[in-house]
Design a protein around this ligand. Sequence first.
Ligand code: ADP
Ligand code: ADP
Length: 232
Amino acid sequence: MIKLHNIRKSYRVGGLSVEAVRDVSLTVHKGEIFGIIGHSGAGKSTLLRCVNLLEKPTSGTVTVGDMELTGLSEGQLQRQRRRIGMIFQHFNLLSMSTVRDNIAFPLTLAKLSKAEINKRVDELLKLVQLEQHADKYPAQLSGGQKQRVGIARALANNPDVLLCDEATSALDPQTTNSILSLLLDINAKLGITILLITHEMNVIRSICDRVAVIDKGEIVEMGDVLHVFLKP
Ligand code: ADP
Ligand code: ADP
């Protein structure tokens, strides 16, 4: 479902070139939950953002489904991005909009009718169990509830793939577990492929099928979670 081939990404910093990702190739199969773990600065976020081309790889190719994203025009890319949802460590919600409007946002961009949007938002509110909170603003929600809004928004356009950027790193252990079970549930129910990055071993152990370890921009180990890390 996701194929990264020889991905490199360097940033120019004051005349110097910093190689954040060096020659990474990996394949995530349909329906899989794949985790990338590494220390801060290892290149996780850069690599994840290369998948939906929020970062343009310096070289290499990205294929999602049967579509090679590298090489698409900006317009084509925008359409393909609807097939890729993303959630963030700090949720990235619109603070001046209600829960309902945050979730509706990508549907509005996709130009659905008002009736279609309302129906879809109701389904999503139910999926993430926020029916009672639809008219609240992000500041009135707990961290876990904010991430549920993020998940509903990411799933609004029925994507094939969900990218998770340290999605539980700002949450306490109990809330982390409830978000991880929601991700498992979504993976099982909707068959959505999940690619996540984390620095927390617990996240990998709890929900991932396979894992890659990244260090200094390179994949240093990859395999079934059971084989790479012994379960507790
Ligand atoms: P991680 O997500 O594992 O913490 P990042 O992908 O954020 O790692 O960063 C990898 C490396 O790339 C780090 O050395 C970081 O300083 C550098 N880097 C990340 N983003 C930028 C940027 N926009 N400009 C310059 N350097 C960056
Ligand atoms: P994290 O803390 O999870 O690393 P950041 O706060 O660094 O996330 O945000 C990642 C980047 O994603 C930001 O630079 C922001 O511009 C961008 N971004 C914010 N909201 C969205 C969104 N809904 N879809 C895509 N990109 C977004």
